[in-house]
Write a protein that binds this ligand. Structure first.
Ligand SMILES: Nc1ncnc2c1ncn2[C@@H]1O[C@H](COP(=O)(O)OP(=O)(O)OP(=O)(O)O)[C@@H](O)[C@H]1O
Ligand SMILES: [Mg+2]
Length: 229
């Protein structure tokens, strides 16, 4: 099992649980869309998966290990196997697009000769070949989003988490990005994509889980008409 939630609850204030009784599992090579209205807790759920938050109750299993019981020292090794596309990008403004994408490899101590081409290729693929040396403050929202996407993929993670990865790009780029996730999933990565984009979800026909009032509802086909109101 790549990700497992067992009766997970999360409260930010110690009183109200914004997520409760979450049970769900993601096996090797599986794909899930995660949907739900703004404020439903999609980002919070992803934070539990990449261990930025600990649940207030229940267990989170990651790569077959109980992450809630794991020693603090064991967490970085688990996190390194995850690529995250953050909703708010989290790029470093003083680094170029190239340097931002290369950063996870640099931090892992890999020699630049071993990743330079991969970084270039990824940036070309997301259409930023000519903006490689630009810094984030000079990029558009969609361009920043694509840098964040390339950075999440550069380490070839076993688990990819993407939080609204198409929120700032046009529909053509949005579909291209979603198809990339599906391609990476075919190559073996487990993938969770949080998105509001119900049209893309229904076009791609992948299993979807939805958050509603703090709980998870497993669905196979999203109810596009009902949810769009
Ligand atoms: N760090 C935090 N401290 C306190 N409350 C928080 C924190 N982060 C999120 N919340 C609250 O938890 C709820 C869920 O937020 P979350 O960001 O997970 O929703 P979301 O589904 O990702 O929304 P969106 O679609 O707008 O991105 C919201 O009510 C939000 O205000
Ligand atoms: Mg969010």
């Amino acid at each position: 099992m790549i990700v497992g939630f067992e009766n997970v609850g999360l409260s930010y204030d110690g009183e109200t649980e914004i997520l409760r009784d979450l049970n769900f599992s993601l096996g090797e090579g599986e794909f899930r869309f995660l949907t739900g209205p703004s404020g439903a807790g999609k980002t919070s759920l992803l934070k539990l998966v990449y261990l930025a938050h600990r649940p207030t109750r229940g267990r989170v299993i990651l790569f077959g290990q109980d992450a809630t019981a794991a020693e603090r020292e064991a967490l970085p090794a688990l996190r390194r196997r995850i690529g995250v596309v953050f909703q708010e990008f989290r790029l470093l403004d003083h680094l170029t697009a190239f340097e931002n994408v290369a950063l996870p490899m640099k931090v892992a101590g890999v020699n630049q000769n071993q990743y330079r081409e991969d970084v270039r290729e990824l940036l070309n693929w997301v259409g930023l070949g000519d903006r490689m040396h630009a810094r984030p403050p000079t990029l558009s929202g969609g361009e920043k989003q694509r840098v964040a996407l390339a950075r999440a993929l550069v380490t070839k993670p076993d688990l990819i988490l993407a939080d609204e990865p198409t929120g700032n790009v046009d529909p053509v780029m949005g579909e291209k990005i979603m198809r990339l996730f599906i391609e990476l999933n075919k190559l073996g990565a487990a993938v969770i994509v949080a998105t509001h984009d119900l049209q893309l979800i229904s076009a791609l026909g992948k299993p979807t889980i939805a958050l509603e009032n703090g709980r998870l509802i497993e669905e196979t086909a999203p109810a596009v008409a009902g949810a769009r109101r």
